[in-house]
Every structure is written in C-alpha cells, then in structure tokens.
Design a protein around this ligand. Structure first.
Ligand code: HEC
Ligand code: HEC
Ligand code: HEC
Ligand code: HEC
Ligand code: HEC
Length: 388
C-alpha cells in the first residue's frame, strides 16, 4: 500500500514540475549569459506586445477580425494555451501572459524541436514528447542521447566530477542541431491564402559549405555557456541579424572597387547562402560618396528590394499573388553596380552597404514612426583610396 501511494505522489510531482519546465526564466539560473542575450533578441521580442513592427502588420491583418492569431505557430510557440484554442477552432487572440510578454520563441520552443515536417503552406515543428529532454549539439558527443546528471568520485571520494545537467537531460544525437535544419520549421517559407510564398529563406545548401544558419547567426562569443562548467565561449543567443548586431554579419558581405572608361564599379558580394535580405519589409541600399579635395560628393544611392503584390502593384502580404520586382542580391551573388563618375588621383571612395528594417514607404503606411525602424543601418563600410 505504502509503495502505491509513493508512486502516485511522485507522479503528481513530476507532472507539476514539467508544467513549469517550459519557462525560460528557470534556465536563467544556470545559463545567465545565454539568457541575457536571449532577452534582448528578436526571438524573445516576437509578439505583438514586444515587437511594434509585428503589431503594426497584425493590426491590419484580416485574421485579427476573425480572431485567429495564426502567427503564434512561429511568433509565440511558447503560448501553448493560445495554440490549443487555434487548433480547436476557438477565438484565439493574444493575451498579456508570460509567453506573450517574456518569451515569444522560448528556450524550450527551440531546444525541444525533434524534427521538421515539410508542408507547402509552411513547415511544422514536431516537438519531442520525452520528458525534460533538450536537444543540443556538441562535437564528439553526436551519438549520445538521454545524457543525465552524474556525479563521479575518484581518489577515494576526495575529488568529485559532475557531468550533465541536474535540471534536464540532453540529447546530442539530433543532426538538425548541427546543420541548422532546426531553424527551418519557422524560417523556411510561408504561403498566404493565394498559395503565394510571402517570405522564404530559400537557402541553397551546398555540402561544401562550412557555414550554416547556426555558425553565421550564432557565432561563438566569450562567456560561459553555464554556471557549472566554465567554458570560455558559447553560441551567441542574440541572433545576429537586422535587429541585433548586423555589423557582426558584415564579414559575409564584401565590397570591391574597379574602374572603367565611364567611371567605376562597386561590386557587392553576398557570401551567405540565402538572399541578403529576406523579409519583404526590408529595403537594402548601397550608398556611395566620393571625397575630393576635402569635400564629400554623394552619388545616387542604389536600392535593392523584393516587392510582392497583385496586378503589377505592391500590396499587403495577405493580398499578394506574385512578385512584382526582386532586385535583392541573391545567395552567393556578386552584384556589379556602376557609377558614371570619373575618379582621379587622391580621391577617396566611401561605400556603405546597409538597410532600412522597414522601408520608408512601408513605415509611413504602417504608422511606424520610430527612427530605429526607418533609418539606415550600416552592414558593411569600405573606403578606397585612389592612387592615380
Ligand atoms: C540547475 C541548473 C540548470 C538549469 C536550471 C538548466 N540547465 Fe541547461 N545545463 C546545465 C548544465 C550544468 C549543463 C552542462 C552539462 C554538461 O556540460 O555536461 C547544461 C546543458 C544544457 C544544454 C546543452 C549544452 C551543450 O551543448 O552541452 C542545453 C541546450 C541547455 N542546458 C538548455 C537549458 C534550458 C533551455 C533550460 C531551461 C528550460 C536549462 N538548460 C536549465 C544546467 C542547467
Ligand atoms: C511559418 C512561420 C511564421 C508565421 C506563421 C508568421 N511569421 Fe512572421 N516571421 C517569421 C519569421 C521567421 C520572421 C523573421 C524573418 C526575417 O527577419 O527575415 C518573421 C518576421 C515577421 C515580421 C517582421 C518583424 C520585424 O521586426 O522586422 C512581421 C511584421 C511579421 N513576421 C508578421 C507576421 C504576422 C502578422 C503573422 C500572422 C498573420 C506572421 N508574421 C506569421 C515567421 C512566421
Ligand atoms: C555565410 C553566412 C550565413 C549563413 C550560412 C546564413 N546566413 Fe542568414 N544572414 C547572413 C547575412 C550576411 C545576412 C544579412 C545581414 C543582416 O540581416 O543583418 C543574413 C540575414 C538573415 C536574416 C534576416 C533577414 C531579414 O530580411 O530580416 C535571417 C532571418 C536569416 N539570415 C536567417 C538565416 C537562416 C534561417 C539560415 C540557414 C538556412 C541562414 N540565415 C544562413 C549570413 C548568413
Ligand atoms: C531560436 C532557437 C533557440 C532559442 C530561442 C534558444 N536556443 Fe539555445 N541553442 C540553439 C541552437 C541552434 C544552438 C546550437 C546548437 C546546440 O549546441 O544546441 C544552441 C545552443 C545552446 C547551448 C549550448 C551552447 C554552446 O555554446 O554550444 C545552450 C546551453 C543553450 N543553447 C541554452 C539556451 C537557453 C538557456 C535559452 C533561453 C534563454 C536558449 N538556448 C534559447 C537554439 C536556440
Ligand atoms: C519557433 C520558430 C523559430 C525558430 C525555430 C527559429 N526562429 Fe528565428 N525568428 C522567428 C521569428 C518569429 C522571428 C521574428 C521575430 C520578430 O522580429 O517579430 C525570428 C527572427 C530571427 C532573426 C532576426 C531577424 C531580424 O529581424 O533581425 C534571425 C537572425 C533568426 N531568427 C535566425 C534564426 C536561426 C539561425 C534559427 C535556427 C538556429 C532560428 N532563427 C530559429 C522564429 C523562429
């Protein structure tokens, strides 16, 4: 009898613990450096309460009227209650709860993705049903799963060595956490009601590529990955991108200058395996100026964008059925931009490749007046000294 009661009690404790298991705040205790980076990231700030750009588009979206916040699948997968309502076909609008305010795409939303199911409309994340098990990648441990906390004593108990985590199990055997495929449940593509892909990462994978989504967007940076093992580095969880540390991605964009009879050419090379900018709201721009005799002459800026719409006109994403124009610099492409301006000895050419997070036109339409969204951010800057 006693044994039965004990088992039941233990069972209750276990389910309670796993109900709280999801919260990112809990991870902070042992992974403080990673948590701080995550806290400032667009993955944390992905709900209508934490991302004003997302809110501005949602406020105009026809699904708002229908009370179906289907954006949740990717923007707030931590809001399990809302996802359940969506699935049941009930009214599902975001409420000011912990998931919406504190952790749109939470630590657990990512670290429990077991595999990606491919679909035409949008891919789907399939989460593990193994209790308290998190996926991760580590060189040399690729074959290990269900790694649990262990304390080993040696030298007659004088030295104890700890391994694993006291809070969760780790599964190192999921290849999607090594090659970056785990990103593709949310980042691959999204179709609207007209079977038109409003955004897609369309990444070209080449087996010779050393770089993938993880190595480029989560570079190794200083600081321990947890408080127990003082590792010198960890993977950056701020996710370099449009919103955070774009300059860190500057190393994957190169700018070169060459001259011809009518002036000069600036070559912009995109080293990444996807178009340089992905979201239709972005406007990329190359700004070039020549400094001659101490005076700066701005030349015409050249813009690159992907415009989606209908009947040849730009529209909101849910109305679009075609690409109106696409001048974005594609994966691995080198784009030559010509300038008719004859250079001479001692000139200095300054080239800046950058972007507007929200193109100024769209910003006006969406009422996004915050300068941070509609001002020019530099991704890469280069100066060329002209010798003769
Ligand atoms: C009580 C402390 C503790 C808590 C709480 C904790 N972890 Fe850990 N975690 C660890 C330790 C210690 C390790 C390292 C194990 C090792 O090196 O063998 C680890 C390892 C990991 C790894 C694998 C890293 C790798 O590649 O070796 C991931 C991923 C991870 N934790 C995520 C999380 C998430 C997400 C949460 C919150 C849901 C969390 N942890 C909560 C202590 C903790
Ligand atoms: C299939 C996954 C998915 C769904 C569903 C989804 N999004 Fe997104 N959304 C993303 C991803 C991934 C990004 C980041 C892409 C990037 O920056 O290129 C993003 C970015 C955005 C941005 C730009 C945010 C910024 O700060 O610049 C807006 C606006 C946006 N989404 C609106 C919506 C709205 C509104 C819905 C629901 C009607 C929605 N999304 C549904 C995956 C999704
Ligand atoms: C070789 C490095 C490299 C690889 C590999 C790479 N990226 Fe990028 N990524 C970049 C650069 C460079 C930019 C443009 C600079 C910026 O957004 O600040 C970028 C931009 C982005 C953006 C922001 C685009 C926007 O318009 O908001 C997202 C989201 C993104 N990448 C996701 C991914 C995903 C997912 C993968 C894996 C399929 C991936 N990247 C692979 C270098 C890389
Ligand atoms: C957008 C998805 C995503 C989110 C959100 C996320 N992680 Fe990660 N995390 C990854 C990927 C991908 C890696 C690299 C592969 C690996 O080691 O698992 C990683 C690596 C790690 C590692 C190993 C670090 C290292 O240096 O190798 C730890 C520990 C970790 N994450 C903990 C966390 C914690 C804690 C949070 C929340 C505060 C979090 N992660 C949020 C995707 C994510
Ligand atoms: C559960 C869904 C999900 C997963 C998994 C995910 N992301 Fe995201 N990601 C998003 C959403 C949604 C946004 C946009 C949030 C916003 O700005 O509103 C985003 C934004 C980003 C951005 C920032 C773009 C910008 O505007 O600056 C980068 C970079 C990025 N993701 C890279 C990755 C990489 C690399 C992985 C895999 C390691 C990954 N993401 C996994 C949903 C996801």
């Amino acid at each position: 009898m006693r044994r039965v009661i004990l088992i039941v009690m233990f069972g209750l404790l276990a389910t309670n613990a796993s109900a709280n298991f999801g919260e990112s705040k809990v991870c902070q205790k042992c992974h403080p450096v990673i948590y701080d980076e995550f806290y400032d990231s667009s993955h944390r700030k992905s709900s209508i309460y934490t991302d004003p750009i997302h809110k501005a588009v949602w406020d105009k979206h026809p699904l708002k009227e229908k009370e179906k916040y289907s954006c949740a699948k990717c923007h707030t997968p931590a809001d399990i209650e809302l996802l359940k309502k969506l699935e049941a076909g009930e009214s599902a609008l975001p409420q000011q709860n912990n998931a919406q305010l504190e952790e749109g795409v939470s630590c657990v939303s990512c670290h429990t993705i077991e595999r990606i199911e491919e679909h035409a409309k949008a891919n789907k994340n399939i989460f593990t049903d193994k209790e308290k098990t998190l996926f991760s990648a580590r060189e040399g441990k690729e074959g290990e799963h269900d790694v649990a906390f262990e304390r080993k004593s040696s030298f007659f108990g004088m030295v104890t060595e700890k391994s694993g985590s006291p809070y969760h199990k780790i599964d190192f055997s999921n290849s999607d956490f090594y090659d970056g495929k785990m990103c593709m449940g949310c980042h691959s593509h999204k179709e609207n009601a007209h079977q038109f892909a409003v955004c897609e990462t369309d990444a070209k994978h080449d087996s010779k590529d050393e770089k993938n989504c993880i190595s480029c967007h989560m570079p190794l940076v200083k600081g321990a990955m947890n408080t127990v093992h003082e590792t010198p580095t960890h993977r950056y969880h701020g996710f370099t991108g449009v919103a955070d540390k774009p300059k860190m991605l500057g190393e994957y964009v190169t700018l070169d200058l060459s001259r011809n009879d009518s002036g000069f050419i600036v070559n912009v090379k995109n080293e990444s395996n996807h178009p340089l900018f992905l979201h239709p709201l972005r406007l990329a721009q190359l700004q070039v100026s020549v400094i001659r005799d101490g005076k700066e002459h701005d030349l015409v800026s050249v813009s690159f964008s992907k415009v989606i719409g209908k009947d040849g006109k730009a529209t909101m994403p849910w109305l679009a059925d075609s690409i109106i124009k696409d001048t974005q610099i594609q994966a691995k492409e080198s784009r030559a931009v010509s300038f008719t301006y004859l250079l001479k000895h001692a000139d200095v050419v300054e080239a800046k490749m950058g972007f507007y997070r929200v193109s100024p036109k769209a910003a006006t339409g969406l009422g996004l007046t915050d300068k941070g969204y509609s001002s020019f951010t530099i991704l890469k800057k280069e100066r060329f000294q002209i010798e003769k």
